[in-house]
Design a protein around this ligand. Structure first.
Ligand SMILES: [Zn+2]
Length: 191
């Protein structure tokens, strides 16, 4: 009996050690929830994105730039419809993302545009209404980036100037597999 115990003891130690490592690793990765393939898509923006969007609007208003949010969360169908624009449907191509491939589908992205003096939407990214030397559009992008957004205008391959997103470290692939930002991220991403 003593012999068996001697052989087992190191193995038990190794198993305990690996279990502790496993638990610690999972703690580290707890910035997302794995909700599985059938994870529902949110109808609304993630609370942090919503909060930062409101702050962005306030900050833009404070420097006399009228920002309008033109798009928030999109359903799979809405995304697919947008994808067909400029392809099977008329208009210009505005996205390379099919349904499920956009951060809009997960409540993690918004699109913005500017309002002119008449309150009409305009998409002129060069317009400098504040005479700051930098276009209003880019000024808003800078504010958004300071709030933690990634700006689509910085993308080399397919610049998307109205687009702002927060990915919480999750790729589209991970989101499609059912991973979602954990609620705790509310404070963590608040830097
Ligand atoms: Zn967008």
């Amino acid at each position: 009996m003593k012999g068996i115990r001697k052989i087992l003891l190191p193995w038990i130690m190794i198993i305990i050690f690996l279990s502790i490592l496993f638990i610690l690793y999972n703690r580290m990765e707890e910035n997302y929830l794995d909700m599985g393939e059938d994870a529902p898509l949110p109808d609304d923006l993630h609370p942090l994105v919503e909060e930062k969007k409101d702050i962005l609007l306030e900050q833009a208003e404070a420097i006399d730039i009228d920002v309008v949010i033109t798009d928030k969360t999109r359903s799979i169908d809405e995304q697919n419809e947008l994808y067909e624009q400029g392809r099977s449907a008329s208009g210009n191509i505005v996205t390379n993302a099919k349904g499920g491939e956009s951060y809009h589908n997960y409540g993690l992205a918004i699109d913005y545009a500017l309002l002119d003096n008449n309150g009409d939407i305009h998409w002129d990214i060069q317009y400098d209404g504040t005479d700051s030397g930098e276009s209003d559009w880019f000024e808003v992008a800078e504010l958004a980036k300071d709030l933690g957004f990634e700006w689509g205008g910085d993308w080399n391959r397919f610049p998307d100037y109205p687009h702002l997103q927060m990915d919480f470290g999750l790729s589209i692939d991970q989101l499609q597999r059912g991973m979602r930002p954990a609620p705790e991220d509310h404070d963590e991403a608040d830097k």
